[in-house]
Design a protein around this ligand. Sequence first.
Ligand SMILES: Cc1cc2nc3c(=O)[nH]c(=O)nc-3n(C[C@H](O)[C@H](O)[C@H](O)COP(=O)(O)OP(=O)(O)OC[C@H]3O[C@@H](n4cnc5c(N)ncnc54)[C@H](O)[C@@H]3O)c2cc1C
Length: 373
Amino acid sequence: FMDRARDAWDRSRRPLLEEPLRPDHRVLGRDPYPAVRQRRLLRPARQAGTVAEIGAWELADPRLAALLDGYALAHGLDPRTAPASAALLPYMEQTFGSWYVEGGMRELARAVYERCVARRVTFVFGAEVVRVVEKDGRAAGVELADGEVAEADRVVLGVRPRPGLVPGQVWGADDVAVRAGAAGRFTVLLSLRGGREADAVHRTVVHGADGAAEQEAVFGGRVAAHPTVTVLRPDDPATRPDAEHEAVTLTATTAPQGPVDWRDPEVRRRFADVLVERAAAAVPGLRERILHTEVRTPAETEAETGAEGGAVPPPALAGAAGAYLHPGNLTRLPGLYLAGGWAHPGGGLAHAGMSGTLVAGLVVEGDGFRGSR
Ligand SMILES: Cc1cc2nc3c(=O)[nH]c(=O)nc-3n(C[C@H](O)[C@H](O)[C@H](O)COP(=O)(O)OP(=O)(O)OC[C@H]3O[C@@H](n4cnc5c(N)ncnc54)[C@H](O)[C@@H]3O)c2cc1C
């Protein structure tokens, strides 16, 4: 399976991840995963077209299938419909590793911020952009909520582009549309008494017994009874006061804010409790060690980042006739570029970071930029 995933990676990595989305993006509509042709007695042969079908027909063992489904789910993708090319996700992790930021993710934001300040970038916080301003057929700046207009030669939009925020002529009929709302993330941050044992595993995924029921709930807008829970126990002194304490994070992919009201205290409390219960499989005695609990839901993600429903953008995938692509970095309005998780090549820090690299290339080298060689 991993060999086939590598084939898919070799076939698609440049147009899918390392180059701005090509105008002829239709080539990415074909699935690069070389699914095994399954011959069947007296019945037509079949080939896996989705993650779930790879699990059922190629991996066959339900535990391996659950492992693969877990990768799709963690990226906010429904294994029942996500194209087989999502096989790239475990392949990339196995090949390039999974990265942890010392001190927690916030430290990455701080490091980028400090680097930018050193490079004389000016930040304006607490300023909501309500509209990209267009003048003489070019993006000419942004209008803020207080009516002030900040003029600019170029605008790089790092949020989900919605009508009203961007002028009408940004996309043509052939362009990839902005992806519809996606799943959110529920997080429980735990302060524990008692130190982390030296051989504790950094990341454990606790699977549910019935993955199909969970997928139906998450992608059907309901709270899953038995969620897949990721338990994170990094060995990072920066996240705890001393060696007699431990910081543990639990996360689950959930329906976004909207179909489920994550602001409801009872819904939050009950689901957090389910996560703690299930995480005990990875951290024995977990509940008894809890000193403090902090719960973050899609409602917080929505309130703090403006992402509708607190949705987390999935990474772009090839296949499924292009349904899993994000809009290109270059728009039809000269001077307006798209970056971040809702633009090519999609969400997750690595992918969103690539979008920044691609936009930088387009700005510096011009519209013909085709990625760094
Ligand atoms: C709980 C959670 C856990 C995650 N864990 C991981 C992980 O472990 N690994 C990983 O790779 N990815 C993870 N992700 C996904 C990752 O955070 C996103 O893919 C990434 O942040 C997307 O970057 P972005 O720049 O597009 O958007 P954001 O990081 O959301 O940045 C957008 C910024 O724009 C601001 N903004 C929005 N609208 C406006 C407006 N109108 N005017 C002005 N400013 C505006 C927002 O306030 C925000 O600061 C996680 C996401 C969540 C919610």
